[in-house]
Design a binder for this molecule. Structure first.
Ligand code: AKG
Length: 246
């Protein structure tokens, strides 16, 4: 698993979550979506392609992320700090590991109709750390396939060097460049079954489609880094206390 993560920049771990744990997380996820407690991120806030243009437009208050998921329910906290997750993360980083609360740390929902696509990017756009070495764990609470907006990855892209002008001002890969299109030819979308997880590096290029089914897709996402890789002072990455694993 670690070899694949290093080599390809992502790895799918089938059946990481046992069935009883999955049932508990799914119930907690549905309850959270019904309660709609802050902090929330709405589709209209993102302004991604196809998203409603404002919160007052049709579908504008469709929830995209239930933020701060670690503190929302003990079941979410237990999953994010579970021993089997800690062991994998420590094996990858070679030292003790912290969970960042500053981004991800969320329950992602992708709704039918208003759940917008996400263009190609590297997640490092969200963080400022001493080293660009963080790993996210994306846990599928239901099936994730191309039709309901599953993730796509470019294998090996975490090791590729790109000039800044390959990306737009929001740090999405520019769609008008032939060299970018060439790279995307190798993209793959792994099919995830409920309880499968995908681990991916913060520099792995990824994207996701719209949800074209009639059911909401739920994914639980946390991000980890080693203790010696500190968030840069004064940045959003340093703005929230981190969670030690173990
Ligand atoms: O589900 C999606 O649309 C992709 C989400 C994503 O790539 C991200 O939040 O960084």
């Amino acid at each position: 698993m670690i070899e694949q993560l290093r080599e390809r920049g992502y790895v799918v771990v089938p059946g990481l979550l046992p069935v009883d744990g999955l049932t508990q997380l799914k119930q907690a996820a549905r309850a959270q979506l019904i309660a709609r407690a802050a902090p929330l991120e709405f589709e209209a806030d993102l302004r991604y392609p196809g998203a409603p243009t404002s919160r007052t437009a049709a579908g504008g208050e469709t929830v995209r992320r239930l933020l701060g998921v670690y503190d929302r329910d003990p079941a979410f906290a237990q999953w994010g700090t579970a021993a089997w997750l800690r062991e994998r993360m420590e094996a990858y980083f070679g030292e003790s590991v912290l969970m960042s609360r500053a981004h991800h740390n969320c329950l992602m929902t992708k709704h039918p109709r208003y759940g917008s696509l996400t263009n190609w990017h590297r997640d490092i756009r969200y963080w400022s750390f001493e080293r660009e070495d963080l790993v996210s764990v994306w846990l599928a609470l239901g099936e994730e396939v191309i039709d309901n907006g599953a993730l796509w990855f470019v294998p090996g892209s975490h090791r590729m060097a790109f000039d800044a002008d390959r990306f737009d001002e929001a740090r999405f890969l520019r769609a008008d460049r032939v060299d970018n299109a060439e790279i995307l030819r190798s993209a793959v979308s792994p099919r995830l079954a409920p309880g499968d997880a995908v681990f991916f590096h913060c520099n792995t290029l990824h994207s996701a489609g719209k949800n074209q089914t009639d059911a909401v897709k739920f994914s639980l996402v946390y991000t980890y880094h080693d203790v010696s890789n500190a968030p840069q002072a004064g940045t959003r990455s340093a703005s929230m206390p981190e969670v030690p694993l173990g």
